[in-house]
Design a protein around this ligand. Sequence first.
Ligand SMILES: [Zn+2]
Length: 615
Amino acid sequence: MTNFTGPSWDLSAVYSGPTDPGIDEDLNAFSRLLDRLESTDQRLLKLLPRIGALEPEELSCGVAHAREAFQLINDAETLLRNVARFASCLLSVDGQDDEAHKLQGRLEAHWTRLHELQAPLTQILDRAADAFVEDFLASDSTRAATFSVTHSRSRRHKLLPLAQETLVSALSQDGVHAWGRLYTQLSGTLQCTVQANGTTRDVGLAEAASLTQDASDSVRKDAWKAINRAWNAHIDTCAAAINAISGWRLELCKRRSHEQEVHFLDAPAHASHIDRRTLDALMATAWEAAPLARRAATAMARACRKQRIGPWDQRAPAPDLGGDSSRIAFDAGLDLVAGAYGEVHPQLGDFVRMMADRNWIEGAVKPRKSPGAYCTSFPKSRAPRVYMTYSGSRSDLTVLAHELGHAFHHWTMRDLPDSQRDCGMSLAETASTFGEAITRDALFQLAATPEQQLAVAWEDCAAIVGFLLNIPTRFEFERNFYERRADRPLLPDELKDLMCDAWLKWYGDALEEPDPMFWAGKLHFYISSISFYNFPYLFGFLFSCAVHLQRQAWGGDFFARWRALLRDTGRMTAEDLASKHLDTDIREPAFWKGVVRSLENRVRRFERIVTDVVG
Ligand SMILES: [Zn+2]
């Protein structure tokens, strides 16, 4: 019998298990580093109140302490993250691994201490005069951090007096973050009553959500309704949480506007390493592209022999029209991805094989694994790992190709200093989305019948609808909500209305009915550390399409230029990156419009196949 499922990964090169003595050694070394940091911090804290105007002799001494703190934080973070990632990898594979839970629990106090002791250096570098920072960055050990330090300083106008910043950060634990935690707890306990095989049963949210990926229209619709009923029972709690989280942020924006107006979109754009003008250009282009994306949605509905798609169809698989729905065994799937990557450049194909040969991919089907997929890398060795559950479906193959793209991105940056490896959400999806696209191309080449082609092209259009209609719907709701929330908290019914308006505006005629409860059920609106966790997905999708378009133009240089672009993702803004590597200005709508135009062929191809197959 063919074994379709993926392999188990090998983590033994990191630690042998959750009780490996090496973990205690690393955590002890971490604590010793933090003890040293604590005394360095004492000296920094003395300078902090006058940091903008230091005497020359204080300046050189302050710079020396700051460099020391920088190195200690860097080394300590490497150790703690190494252990933390190991614990979370173990827990993904087995959610009931008690030793791994204990280990993760032990780390909490270490994280709190690290965050507290990091704060003085961040404050110093944000508040100091330019001369101090230039001096700080002028050494071999700190020069690499130039982008991360200057990027952070670009928003120093919004800083509050030191005592107020400290107070805000202390109060936020039981303030804004508590609302986020409340939401997570609620979603973990929610029960949804679903119908299956003529019987009614209560399932958790994760299981109900997996039913929204079912091949049957009625199963998906029923699961969607069940999820919405479950959230509706807690609608006042959700409204209280979302009003409190946004209210907290708006109040902070108001208080931070002492020098210049601080808008609620400034922080999420900054966190994504993009300019507000880039965000405007991106969203304006999405709006112009809405008719094209609606065509894709309507063609998807036609493929399912219905007129319009419903909100329960967001994760619907391609309809089974007698095409090849057989599963692809892991080894064959890996060959296919390696082949697709290898066609771009042999080294890319070799990389995929190396990931498998070294057992760096977790793909087994096991009962206690968590759903979802991710790529992580261990800070000490810089070696990546891919996590997923592979059971042979086409979408599993796409996920594998996606996560291997992330792994390649990590691998390409593995020799860079830590301060250059954080690329912000908007650029983080560049390599992964690219890997997905080239694998879909390869699958399309292999599709022998129109039915098989339809199944592959379906994924193309699902991506276009997801990124160009669903993501903007979320953005539209969130922006309109923040604008109205500035006056007063919104009632649950008002939130529903606002949500429906956003669905109807973007999906138009392509939609069967709007989803009034989407705001309550979507975790992204309740992440307390970051707002507008939506537009970076759209950015990442279109930006990776733009790179894909360069394949012909760059010809034989493609691989080298692609790798050079990826290596720069953590050390410049997205605008500078695009200017340097693509010779383009992403603040201009023209760039985004060009990318959107290239999607038209994919939609037209799908429409043609649907007409051939369904009529
Ligand atoms: Zn991803």
